[in-house]
Write a protein that binds this ligand. Sequence first.
Ligand code: IVH
Length: 679
Amino acid sequence: MAKAEMAKKDKAAMRKEAEELREKIRHHEYLYYVLDAPEISDAAFDRLMERLKEIEAAHPDLVTPGSPTTRVGGTPREGFTTVRHARPMLSLDNAFSYDALRDWDRRVREGSGREDIEYIAEHKFDGLSISLQYEDGVLVRGVTRGDGTTGEDVTPNVKTVRSIPLQMDAAMLKKCKVPGSFEVRGEILMTRKAFEELNRQQEETGGKIFVNARNSAAGSIRVLDPSITAQRKLDFFAYFLYVDGKAPFAKHSESLEALKKLRFRASDDWQLCDGIEEVIKYCESWDTKREKLAYEIDGVVLKVNSTALQNELGFTAKAPRWAIAFKYPARQETTVVNDIIVQVGRTGTLTPVAVLEPVQVGGVTVSRSTLHNMDEIERLGLCIGDTVLIERAGEVIPHVLKVVKEGKSRRAFHMPKKCPVCGSAVHRVEGEVAYRCVNAACPAQRKESILHFAARHAMDIDGLGEKIVDQLVDTGLVKDVADLYSLERKEVAALERMAEKSAQNLLEEIEASKKQPLSRAIYALGIQFVGERTAQLLAENFSSLEELAEASAEELEKVPEVGPKVAASIVDFFSEPANRKVIKKLREAGVRPTAEKRELKSDKFAGKTFVFTGALEHRSREEAGEIVQQHGGKLSGSVSKKTDYVVVGADPGSKYDKAKELGVSILDEAGFEKLLGLK
Ligand code: IVH
């Protein structure tokens, strides 16, 4: 074959592969981010993405506007540009009581001259509204509501939200009778879990503490650097579809159904209601159920379902007459801060907690509220004795919003110099906001670390709750997590609230936990900055806890997504003699988690790191990677000075250029086979 012809063929094959990869990635993004039902591991997903990136880097002309690789990659901007909405983004009138809803219903009936109105009740998502514009089935623009007439263009930020499709399925558009160009309106929000996680992270790193999920969602979209948005776990719920500025179906419920089919995330919890009394029942039932939702709703949005009737009713100057927002009473209250105490966490972080004059907030008595860290207390200007406004959102621990009145005999709070639990010195690491207890054997830290070890996503030891852990630590039976494995039945049965049977069950649970995979064991150790995902990645690169404990910062940084901060934290953890002892004790007790381990065929590649790029002829890159690992070598996703070999197949990506630039040894497949001793 002539060279040009060959290149053409390769190109066609590459285009096909890229298209297939995009299709797969889109499918898995949908399963993961919209349906919450992933079918493949994060690592397998990353591999698909890596491969696509590689192809696109080698053939920039093959990049399509809706490619999943374009989610992240926008660069920070100087400012936002404002965009005029094709159709104003109006807000809604609010109703704060059921009587106000009945009044609205009367106006709708009078305005339309009809009695039999079908309403549709939906959740009122508590986030910020966004307009998404699609052209030819591709997302081209995301705009905030702004003042309703003009908003800010936040396209690069919006593209990082994984539940927002970048590209439509043409067949599905056709099936739903929606053209390629349309607009979707909906709400960007953060789940309670993502919000709490974000604040926890901000607590550790000294970032801004967000007051509630809505503010953190808004703060994450309205940033100039989209890479920040990408790190925040944002969601999007669609609630409006417009084609040529108009609702395309006879009923709003049909729009919601179409949005769902088009793979937008849309709530299933809407309901058609025959008359206002049914609407009120819906509001009542969700007032209690809303606590259990993964995200916050602050009310119910009611719409007249018929599009024709909506058009007939029209708008007032600022809101549609055919819709209204019923708002649940705010779960806010004022109370007095009687004291500020300090709690010691698993990593020794001291967290100040406000002791409140007990107060009812949305049916729950609240007497404590986290203050996160010293910076937050300073930001609030809070002293003991002050009256504060607190807010409770679902099951989240309430949050102090602001000081509403300074106390007469107010008293400033200072972080203690000694740990309130063990009396050891408290340190504030330079450049960090957090104060820490320096004593690794501090009982508070011990209790927290045992609870973390036993947690559901860690070793999953059911029945090892706070009350039991308190007793185990206080009686000296358990000094570290490894001691759990030498507990005896008699000792456990002697604890308060423990019967013979439950003691037996607990011991069985502990025994069963020995079989947990390496990734969970790594996570269970509770190393700072090592969450579930990082633990998973570490388990894919190290074969045992011992091997991980021996790893240098350099070696750790070769693991995808592990940067200097995480690597340093892991090295720190294992340089602590007490922690090394725990690993040894665990091993002796029979906790020897291994990665779904490959047979080591030789140690020929020990200490060597390989990067593969481009398509190999005799094996897939996954297979080649497996071979490297079977011979003791390591894989990396990117080329650095620390890479030993870059193995290059057909149509290599940018990694090839990087290898040349850095002078790393470059092999072709035959060279790799030779190194392996196959040739
Ligand atoms: S419809 C003209 N539906 O609430 C009608 N809005 O208070 C526009 N919101 O600006 C809105 N959930 O940000 C609608 N299911 C829902 C909603 C919803 C939350 C927000 C939206 C709107 C605000 C009005």
